[in-house]
Design a protein around this ligand. Structure first.
Ligand code: FAD
Length: 297
């Protein structure tokens, strides 16, 4: 079986290529707008991205590559743009992209969370080529292997181009949340944007990163959208997750259900977050955070 892997991040590319090796006997990686990792696949394709093109416009190029190499399975990293590309190429092949796979079973069925994480579902598309989005964590112990061959693959002009009008850099908070051991999650309990400094102080004290609930990113826009956790945001598995001023709605908590330890700080003793936390502190965050940061620094 031939597996084609597309990833944006080098480490995920390596993890997915390693996983693909456990699923198939031929592994191909492709990278849009950059040089792919070598030594992890049988062939690596570098897809050039002409000046002024956004990565999503490479969907026709990926479709051409799929037509050429004829993989049995395509796995894309579950980033927003690779999901767009994966879905577009799947549609061209008369099938759908199965998203956010957490594990592949013996028979090749893809397992993912269902009902917002209350259940799991196993699916296997009936199409000739199967398309999945999947994070590297699904293949924890797999080893990547391969050659250093890199083949340049020419960009195919999109049938429906989008014109790039402006490019603006997003501010990112710290390192990759997915790899942070300690994460301090902030919620609507922070009444003012400047109060987030209290959470940043705690994060500095425990060498952690800052994440948030959806309203802080989507409504208040105090933190980038890439920082919010939950069913429609990021799923992370840190060693410690501090849920501060977060009520503990299921849509948020599903994003941290793999955390080793959850510590909740909330002024309402009946907040649902306490039912899911390993440790709970009923306190006003304005008093609790400086005291904790001072103790833990
Ligand atoms: C389809 C759908 C998808 C969604 N996906 C997501 C998702 O992916 N991620 C996500 O996060 N949400 C998601 N939501 C929203 C989710 O349902 C909740 O509304 C949201 O998580 C609540 O955010 P919060 O806990 O920050 O705010 P709130 O629910 O308002 O909770 C604030 C908490 O802060 C406490 N508090 C207030 N002041 C203080 C203080 N001074 N000190 C200590 N504690 C204090 C309060 O007691 C309260 O418990 C989704 C909703 C829908 C409908």
């Amino acid at each position: 079986m031939k597996v084609l892997v597309l990833a944006e991040n080098a480490q995920t590319q390596r993890e997915l290529a390693a996983g693909a090796r456990t699923l198939g006997d031929e592994v191909i990686v492709a990278k849009i707008g950059g040089v792919p990792e070598t030594g992890i696949a049988d062939t690596a394709y570098a897809i050039e991205l002409p000046e002024g093109q956004i990565p999503e416009m490479a969907a026709d190029t990926v479709a051409a590559l799929v037509d050429e190499v004829k993989p049995d399975m395509v796995i894309v990293e579950p980033t927003a743009r690779l999901k767009v590309i994966g879905a577009a190429v799947a549609a061209k092949n008369d099938t759908a992209l199965v998203n956010d796979v957490t594990a592949f079973g013996e028979g090749g069925e893809a397992e993912s969370l269902y009902f917002g994480g209350l259940a799991t579902i196993k699916r296997q598309p009936a199409s000739a080529i199967k398309f999945y989005s999947c994070d590297g964590a699904a293949f924890a112990n797999a080893e990547a292997s391969g050659t250093d061959t890199v083949v340049d693959y020419a960009f195919v002009a999109p049938a429906h181009p989008v014109r790039l009008r402006e490019r603006r850099e997003l501010t990112h908070e710290g390192a990759d949340l997915g790899r942070a051991a300690v994460v301090v999650g902030v919620g609507r309990g922070f009444g003012k944007e400047e109060d987030l400094e209290l959470a940043r102080e705690l994060a500095r004290a425990v060498h952690g990163e800052i994440a948030c609930s959806r309203p802080l990113a989507e409504n208040e826009q105090w933190l980038p959208k890439s920082s919010y956790l939950g069913v429609s945001g990021r799923m992370i598995a840190p060693k410690v997750y501090f849920a501060v001023g977060i009520s503990g709605q299921m849509q948020h908590m599903i994003g941290v259900h793999n955390a080793d330890t959850i510590i909740a700080i909330n002024k309402d003793k009946n907040a649902p977050v306490f039912n899911q936390a390993d440790y709970g502190l009923v306190a006003d965050l304005h008093e609790a955070l400086p005291a904790l940061a001072a103790k833990l620094a």
